[in-house]
Write a protein that binds this ligand. Structure first.
Ligand SMILES: Cc1cc2nc3c(=O)[nH]c(=O)nc-3n(C[C@H](O)[C@H](O)[C@H](O)COP(=O)(O)OP(=O)(O)OC[C@H]3O[C@@H](n4cnc5c(N)ncnc54)[C@H](O)[C@@H]3O)c2cc1C
Length: 547
């Protein structure tokens, strides 16, 4: 008998599920419902459409209803909202938005891929004209029209996550002066605070004002646009406000149908993306999934997981063994020439999950060989478990080559790899692309040195209370410019001659600018019988950590 599969939501998760199903089953009747006017559109391209990098709206349409019908015999009903699920009768109720007509459709299998809606905090004035969110093509069209009609000179972006920063870049591109207001004390919550620090500096250097720890409390109409009031009593004026304060899973349908909802507010699914009802699957931003590193439930509103989950649901519906192994939260965001990316757990997430046996290393290698012109630094942080060296997470910030490093580490992490695997990885190399010791290798090597005891680490955060002698191994000119309070200067280049000036009994903490010279100094001093530790990542990391 022909199976009837109905899919609610026709974008990342829903569309990939529908297409995969057809590839697995020529007979099944597949109908996709979306309340919006489009299916399979590129949400991730929306900020760039606002910024006019993508000038034509049509380019955002990855596939159309006609294409689905023609190529895959999948029926797509746009502007049809699914309003209820009758699980006993295995029927859904649908509202045709153009006419208001209600009708019902039976299913053998139902897939929920309704996504997540942008949060609109319940604040006075949040519905004023000029306050926008960005999720759909019509949203982006509205923002473009607003910019063209109202010609705002200033924009305020509420929320410093990746959508907020992508919007900041694109509004700068449109000639607006941009202020980002973020409630947390850091931008990009997918990073640890010290790794987000260079992003703040970069935005400010490029004319974007960033206010951290700034909670918006109200919006008011004001001459020249809107006044945005904050909890500290301050206010900002702007002709355009973008709310980018996060998303909330769309679980209304699932909840009303009595499906299990998790503690974080997403639909609960098993490893084959099946909900608490054996005939209903759910995928994408609407579901809770397992964090691959911590094992905890989490929300991961990202396009990659949504696509893969759609595919897994299709396999499961077709009776194939299928298992979603969990998410790593691999993300990347570019803003005004700086790129930040991460995979796996952050240090703060590990702490929240109660995971104690881990270590972090920092390094700042060039994105390709230093002798080849144009090498740009990548600031990297690698987290790994102790003592086995399993990779737990990585973060990188830089202008070039960030994507490649995080993607390589992401793959290793997903496969249960260790820092020793990173040290050994054989990566492509010519001077314009990388280094014979690629940043990924270096990260693994530094971590392996820590695990073997070759590189004992001190903690920057314990610096104020330490009884250790702090030694700066940079050159005297660098020391003269700035140094840690109380530090003595013995440059690496003179250490072999001058090490006898150092105490044998007292612990010594060494640092330099980036962590490389201090590593050499640590090795030399250890081999000569001193009690020594290295302050990881050099001053550049130290300043971000204990700013
Ligand atoms: C501006 C922006 C930029 C982004 N950039 C990136 C990026 O660079 N990288 C990345 O990984 N992720 C990015 N994302 C996130 C990514 O787009 C989402 O994770 C992904 O689209 C989720 O897919 P989904 O299928 O779960 O939901 P969606 O893509 O949100 O699709 C859900 C669809 O279901 C429809 N729907 C909901 N309820 C009903 C109903 N009851 N009846 C009928 N239809 C319904 C909705 O109208 C919607 O069209 C971005 C998101 C946005 C908004």
């Amino acid at each position: 008998m022909r199976k009837r599969v109905l899919i609610v939501g026709g974008v990342a998760g829903g569309a990939s599920c529908a297409a995969r199903l057809r590839r697995l089953d020529e007979e099944a009747e597949i109908v996709v419902f979306d309340r919006g006017p489009y299916v399979s559109f590129a949400n991730c391209g929306l900020p760039y459409y606002v910024g006019n990098v993508i000038p034509e709206e049509s380019r955002l349409l990855v596939a159309s209803a006609e294409l689905f019908q023609r190529n895959f015999r999948i029926e797509v009903r746009t502007e049809n909202e699914v309003v209820a699920i009758d699980r006993t009768a295995k029927r859904i109720r649908v509202k045709e938005l153009a006419t208001g007509r209600l009708y019902e459709e039976p299913y053998d299998a139902l897939v929920l891929a309704p996504g997540a809606r942008p949060l609109r905090p319940d604040l006075p004035g949040v519905d004023l004209p000029g306050v926008h969110v960005l999720r759909t093509i019509p949203d982006s069209r509205r923002i473009r029209k607003w910019i063209e009609a109202e010609k705002p000179e200033q924009a305020v972006i509420v929320g410093g996550g990746f959508i907020g920063l992508e919007m900041a870049e694109n509004l700068v591109r449109r000639g607006l002066r941009v202020t980002v207001l973020e409630r947390l004390p850091q931008l990009l919550p997918a990073l640890d605070p010290e790794m987000a620090e260079p992003v703040v500096r970069h935005l400010e250097a490029n004319g974007v004002r960033v206010e951290l720890g700034c909670t918006v409390t109200a919006f008011e109409a004001a001459p020249g646009g809107l006044r945005i009031r904050t909890a500290s009593g301050g206010s900002f004026t702007a002709g355009l406000v973008i709310l980018a304060v996060g998303v909330k899973p769309e679980v209304g349908l699932a909840e009303a149908a009595g499906l299990e909802i998790g503690r974080l507010g997403g639909i609960r699914v098993d490893e084959s993306m099946r909900t608490s009802d054996p005939h209903i699957w759910a995928v994408g931003d609407a579901v809770e999934v397992r964090d691959l590193v911590t094992g905890e439930w989490c929300l991961a509103p990202l396009a990659g997981p949504a696509n893969r989950q759609g595919r897994i649901a299709a396999d499961s519906i077709s009776g194939r063994p299928a298992r979603f192994r969990g998410v790593q939260g691999t993300m990347i965001c570019a803003c005004l020439g700086l790129v930040a990316a991460a995979t796996g757990a952050t240090e703060k997430r590990l702490a929240r999950a109660g995971i104690e046996h881990f270590q972090a290393v920092y390094l700042h290698p060039g994105h390709h060989a230093g002798y080849y012109p144009g090498a740009r630094p990548i600031h990297m942080k690698l987290l790994f478990s102790t003592p086995d060296g399993r990779i737990l997470g990585a973060q990188a910030v830089g202008e070039e080559g960030v994507d490649k490093r995080i993607d390589v580490i992401s793959l290793a992490l997903g496969m249960g790899g260790t820092v020793f695997d990173l040290a050994e990885a054989e990566l492509s190399y010519a001077p314009q692309f990388g280094a014979a010791k690629d940043p990924v290798n270096l990260a693994g090597m530094v971590a392996a040195n820590v695990l073997s005891g070759d590189l004992p680490l001190a903690d920057w955060r314990e610096l104020p209370a330490t009884k250790a002698l702090v030694v700066d191994v940079r050159e005297p000119e660098e020391f003269a410019q700035d140094h840690l309070e109380g530090a003595v200067n013995i440059p690496l280049s003179r250490l072999r001659q001058r090490h006898t000036e150092l105490p044998r009994e007292r612990e010594i903490w060494v640092y330099c600018a980036l962590g490389q010279r201090s590593y050499y100094a640590t090795r030399f001093l250890l081999l000569n019988g001193y009690r020594v530790k290295n302050l990881p990542g050099g001053l550049i990391t130290g300043r971000s950590l204990v700013a």
